[in-house]
Write a protein that binds this ligand. Structure first.
Ligand code: FMN
Length: 208
């Protein structure tokens, strides 16, 4: 399974989680903001998207995130991993809207607790979180370190999930035409002999 992990982070936690997952899957990881990707990500079978929650902007930002990945998720195994303060309650809603936007081949989602340090927040973030606290009734305090073992658990689950999925084959079958009689054959290679005019396979030409 050719897999890539992409992440969107503001304070580095999603990057740490992405690293644990990419290490487990032994695959490349990349910041979603990287303008140039060395490898063509359309060649991957599976994409894991990791992002930190951002209060009321979460849905908006994840849509932006998906737009950046536009066309790269269709017909792929897509796994989204959200990390935030608490909230596996709001995550299924976000995951569902991502699923609809991504048009994936298969879809799975995971949520884990992130990390929050009040002292590292910008002025704007403090305000945003203040509103979030009012909305949820939560008292915001430092959450302590992001737990590596939580990340490890998700990485293990993703590895197991992907091991059960099939590699997506290019559905387009090659077609070959006999240049003598026009007989059309479908398959990876031309037939050994044309079944109608009995010319050798070498007279077949691949059709576009
Ligand atoms: C501005 C802001 C808004 C946040 N909103 C949410 C939220 O709506 N739900 C949630 O569970 N966590 C929320 N969090 C917590 C972050 O998701 C958590 O700190 C996460 O680990 C940040 O990921 P990052 O370090 O990759 O940016 C918020 C944090 C910030 C700074």
């Amino acid at each position: 399974m050719r897999t890539i992990v992409t992440y969107d982070t503001h304070h580095g936690t999603a990057r740490r989680l992405a690293k644990i997952i990419a290490d487990k899957l032994a695959c490349t990881m990349i910041d979603v903001d990287t303008p140039y990707m060395a490898e063509d990500e359309t060649s991957y079978d599976a994409i894991v998207l990791v992002f930190g929650f951002r209060g009321p902007y979460t849905a908006q930002l994840t849509k932006l995130f998906l737009n950046k990945m536009q066309g790269k998720l269709k017909n792929k195994h897509v796994i989204v991993v959200g990390e935030g303060i608490f909230s596996d309650k709001e995550f299924p809603g976000v995951a569902e809207s991502l699923k609809n936007l991504a048009n994936p081949y298969t879809f799975n989602s995971y949520f884990t607790k992130g990390e929050l340090r009040m002292s590292t927040l910008t002025f704007e973030e403090s305000h945003l979180l203040g509103d979030f606290a009012k909305l949820t009734g939560m008292t915001l305090t430092d959450m302590g370190e992001f737990k590596e073992e939580d990340g490890q658990k998700i990485a293990d689950d993703i590895a197991e999930y992907l091991s059960k999925q099939t590699v997506i084959e290019d559905k387009k079958e090659k077609r070959w035409i006999c240049s003598i009689c026009g007989y059309v054959h479908s398959g990876d290679n031309p037939p050994e002999e044309c079944p109608t005019c009995h010319q050798p396979g070498s007279v077949f030409k691949e059709m576009n």
